[in-house]
Design a protein around this ligand. Structure first.
Ligand code: ADP
Length: 547
């Protein structure tokens, strides 16, 4: 027997329509590449998104077509999310920090028919345009009077002029909720990038779930500033979950240094933010040196790579900011787990609570996890045994775009598919997951695993350490041994011996790195994560003392 409720498709256009109708005067504030601060409301945004959708339809964009962006977090980017997705086409956000050759490859693989860009990225557009024959127009997201000229790019269009040609009477189509709405490529640290193609349904469910109190806990009382870029897995869904709850949205544009962020936090009354650990290093350093405090900022989601416990403590103890450690990946829209205390944890002593909060956390309803050994046998949830982490759920990838890489799933005895995350993790009896490492980064020493994340977290707790990374280097007896690579804080002194001694009593003796190397900077990838492949290459000729 079928239930008798309305069959209303879950569509992203519904999210913005809701925001416009029920939070119509709530503000969206953007720092523009033009240099000024732009403000308007959800009602304005929805109106302009409709005009843009109509304009794109007139340009011949149809259902399923891919429209790409190379853009910072800003209101025009948000309009593109909804205009393109809402009309039934696919918004393909590209990471501008990738190499132009890789960007051109992605544009061609995706089959993008238009590409909208912030003028900061004109040099990239000029470099790739001759290699992207399918792109019919290159849309500069800037006021008409600032429209750039380029003799290298044919069909350079102005965003505002394009939008002005669209009619406000456009009506959002009611399409199948399983239609594609968004496309993000993985960073491709190993092999070519692969595309994760989100559906309207997966995106709306992810937006609902991520806003729950034990997840991001976003509400209409919040003022949310996503530092995480809209080209990094859709800014972790915030462009969808903020209008869904009616939160004020602050989009920081290109200026992501500590000072610019702090000023925006204070000027706009930001309560809530989200970003990878490396961006917070800059902010904390700025606020620390200038002796500042936050007046409204009270919570932040940190994820994308392991958040060092020292950072969680600094936020909490020095600034009263709650850190919500989160884990996810492009293939998971991206959210899988977030770390918040449950009722039963409230009685724990502060140290035990702190240890729990350092984990990557608990799944949100919708995602299921398990850990398995190399023969795919399920492992116990005891918080100690670690294994390969598998995930399933309605916003987890089933297959890559264009079937790249074949069927990625692993099937259980009941025939249910699980996505292998490539992470190694433990899960405790309460279901809290902790990432040990990426399987390609974990160090195998004498057949036993050493977690590089644990060693990095400990190094980051040393007062002289600004940033730290641990990689495995060849060893004649143990196969691989850990090497600690450190960036020291300005004017801080710490010797190799001091840093190695710092590990004593904190980890098993055989986990302590064999050596320390000091560098000026650690290579970061396009999403601000430590690029271990590059670091390993950098130390390719390095030999351990005595090895
Ligand atoms: P890529 O970095 O390859 O572009 P993603 O941004 O999707 O891809 O990264 C997903 C990966 O990032 C996860 O599989 C995991 O290894 C790592 N990651 C994400 N969040 C965390 C976290 N909180 N702690 C440790 N690792 C994390």
């Amino acid at each position: 027997m079928q239930g008798l409720m309305m069959d209303m498709p879950l569509l992203v256009s519904g999210i913005l329509q809701h925001a416009a109708r029920h939070h119509g005067d709530t503000e969206i504030v953007s720092r523009r590449t033009e240099g000024d601060i732009h403000r308007y409301t959800y009602a304005d945004c929805e109106r302009r998104a409709r005009r843009l959708a109509d304009a794109l339809t007139r340009e011949g964009v149809s259902i399923g077509d891919r429209v790409a962006t190379l853009a910072w977090n800003g209101y025009r980017h948000l309009e593109l999310y909804y205009a393109v997705g809402g009309m039934g086409a696919v918004i393909h956000t590209i990471n501008p920090r990738l190499h132009p050759e890789q960007i051109a490859w992605i544009v061609n693989h995706a089959g993008d028919v238009h590409l909208a860009f912030d003028t900061t990225f004109l040099p990239i557009v000029e470099a790739i345009a001759p290699h992207c024959p399918n792109v019919r127009s290159w849309i500069a997201m800037v006021d008409e009077e600032r429209q750039p000229a380029s003799d290298k790019v044919a069909n350079l269009v102005n965003y505002e002029r394009l939008l002005a040609g669209g009619a406000e009477g456009y009506r959002w189509p009611e399409i199948d909720e399983r239609s594609a709405v968004g496309l993000c490529y993985t960073s491709g640290t190993t092999g070519n990038p692969k595309g994760a193609m989100y559906t309207h349904r997966s995106t709306v469910l992810h937006a609902y779930a991520s806003a729950l109190p034990d997840a991001m806990g976003a509400s209409s009382r919040d003022c949310i500033l996503p530092v995480v870029p809209m080209f990094h897995v859709n800014a972790w869904g915030l462009p969808y979950s903020c209008p869904l709850v009616g939160a004020k949205l602050v989009l920081p544009g290109a200026q992501l240094d500590g000072k610019s962020l702090y000023e925006l936090f204070e000027a706009e009354g930001v309560t809530y933010s989200a970003g990878v650990p490396t961006v917070w290093l800059g902010l904390l350093q700025y606020v620390g040196q200038a002796g500042l405090k936050f007046s409204t900022f009270s919570r932040t989601v940190i994820g994308g790579s392991a958040c060092p416990p020292a950072m969680i403590r600094a936020f909490q103890e020095q600034y009263g900011v709650e850190v919500i450690h989160a884990w996810g990946m492009t293939e998971m829209s991206p959210l899988g787990t977030l770390c918040r205390l449950q009722n039963k944890h409230l009685k724990l002593p502060p140290e035990a609570q702190q240890r729990l909060l350092e984990k990557q956390g608990h799944v949100i309803f919708g995602v299921d996890l398990k850990i398995v050994d190399d023969d795919d046998r399920e492992l116990p949830w005891d918080g100690k045994t670690f294994g390969n982490l598998l995930a399933r759920g309605p916003w987890v990838l089933r297959e890559y775009f264009r079937g790249e890489g074949g069927d990625p799933l692993k099937y259980d005895a009941d025939g249910r598919g699980w996505f292998p995350t490539g992470d190694v993790a433990t899960i405790d009896a309460d279901g809290y997951m902790q990432i040990t490492d990426r399987s390609k980064d974990v160090i195998k020493s004498g057949g036993e695993w050493i977690s590089t994340i644990d060693l990095e977290n400990l190094a980051m707790a040393h007062p002289a350490v600004a940033n730290a990374a641990v990689i495995g280097v060849p060893h004649p007896k143990w196969d691989e041994r850990p090497l600690l690579v450190v960036v020291r804080k300005a004017q801080a002194e710490a010797t190799r011996e001091e840093l190695l001694a710092f590990y004593e009593g904190k980890v098993a003796k055989w986990w302590i790195p064999d050596d320390v190397r000091f560098v000026d900077a650690i290579p970061l990838g396009a999403t601000g994560k430590i690029l271990k492949t590059k670091l390993r290459e950098q130390f390719r000729d390095y030999r351990l003392p005595g090895a």
